[in-house]
Design a protein around this ligand. Structure first.
Ligand SMILES: NC(=O)c1ccc[n+]([C@@H]2O[C@H](COP(=O)([O-])OP(=O)(O)OC[C@H]3O[C@@H](n4cnc5c(N)ncnc54)[C@H](OP(=O)(O)O)[C@@H]3O)[C@@H](O)[C@H]2O)c1
Length: 340
């Protein structure tokens, strides 16, 4: 379990529960609990810490976090300075919650609205806390038919899948798509988005997860532990690669000329050369906060075409345990941190 620290007294216990946080104040200034770190390292660097509650700036909203999704980028940034400056840090990009206060110029939301969204990636992190601020256009109205836990599982992973398949690859009905790591956070949402667009979907996952993929609508399942995905006559229009490295280069060989490889991780050095030779487009995608994308995702949820599978929830105080489980790399669907 994560202990509760304050910046002034790093080991002091804090009995304040998240539900009581609205009333907590230090020297008259409101405070909150956050899953905070002052050093890079393993999950044990995460401490439940009392911090000043943020105030919404120009064009921003203050959100009382009900639940916050966990993504591999959280584990990676906890351990290494990849895109963010060194600690102190509060991670978390996914959020579902209630608007508490609006900054000057905000017209789209008002206090009491239920919203979900992805904070600007990478510099806007901070949702693994009781409160977070972010620009209005990082958020959309939470679909009424799902709870905050499911809503919190969607933003970063679903936006990634949407921006890869729809915005970047322009996936169309009748096209054939290969989705690597199809049972994971991004993959399981990508399968559903691709099916909704009328594509034929092949997904890679270990054999025990093939039933899950078929329930999502996958047409063909490839067991990455027993089969080589390149050992096929199939030629895809689109490959979504959430694995990187040599998987990116090898994916080029299963694309038809004119096809598109969208990579979420750095590929091997020879990927671009292989893509040019095969006359395919190979691009790297970094997810962006995106209100139009969030609205499109909400609309799919409302129409019953997209659901997040949440395989585990962890209270904020047990965020370290969530990180440890997530970084095994075996998660089916999503893990979510519950806050209130
Ligand atoms: N560029 C961006 O903007 C962006 C955005 C989102 C994510 N990402 C990156 O994309 C990656 C995936 O993210 P995620 O959230 O989907 O991760 P995740 O939920 O942790 O993925 C877990 C899944 O990966 C599967 N997997 C592991 N090795 C595999 C392999 N060799 N072949 C097929 N499946 C495999 C596992 O299935 P099995 O247990 O069956 O192997 C598991 O279900 C991460 O590295 C993340 O950082 C990048």
């Amino acid at each position: 379990m994560t202990s509760t620290d304050t910046p002034e007294n790093p080991a002091s216990p804090n009995p304040a529960a998240p539900d009581g946080a609205q009333d907590s104040a230090r020297d008259g200034a409101p405070v909150m609990l956050a899953l905070h770190q002052t050093a890079l390292g393993g999950p044990d660097v995460l401490r439940l810490t009392e911090l000043p509650r943020p105030r919404p700036g120009l064009g921003e909203i203050l959100v009382a976090v009900h639940a916050a999704g966990l993504n591999p980028t959280d584990f990676k940034h906890r351990a290494l300075s990849i895109f963010l400056p060194p600690p102190p840090l509060t991670l978390g990009w996914d959020v579902s919650g209630t608007v508490v206060e609006t900054g000057f110029g905000v017209t789209l939301f008002q206090p009491g609205d239920e919203v979900f969204g992805m904070l600007p990636y990478p510099y806007g992190a901070g949702s693994h806390a009781e409160y977070v601020t972010g620009p209005t256009r990082a958020f959309a109205a939470k679909p009424a038919g799902i709870d905050h836990v499911e809503a919190a599982a969607l933003p970063l992973a679903a936006l990634t899948a949407w921006q890869a398949l729809v915005d970047t690859a322009d996936l169309r009905a009748g096209q054939r798509v290969l989705i690597h790591a199809a049972a994971g956070g991004v993959g399981h949402l990508a399968v559903q988005i691709a099916k909704e667009r009328g594509a034929h979907v092949t997904g890679t996952a270990s054999a025990p997860k093939h039933g899950f993929l078929r329930e999502l609508g996958a047409d063909v399942c490839v067991d990455h532990n027993a089969e080589d995905f390149t050992d096929t006559e199939e030629r895809y229009d689109v490959v979504l690669d959430a694995l990187g490295g040599e998987t990116a280069t090898r994916s080029v060989s299963v694309l038809r000329p004119g096809g598109v490889l969208v990579s979420l991780l750095a590929g091997a050095d020879d990927t671009q050369a292989a893509a040019e030779k095969a006359q395919v487009r190979a691009v790297s995608l970094l997810v962006e906060h995106d209100q139009a994308g969030m609205r499109a995702i909400a609309e799919l949820v409302d129409r019953g075409k997209l659901r997040a599978h949440v395989s585990g929830t962890f209270p904020l105080a047990e965020g370290a345990r969530a990180h440890a489980q997530g970084e095994t790399g075996r998660t089916t669907g999503k893990l979510v941190i519950t806050v209130r």
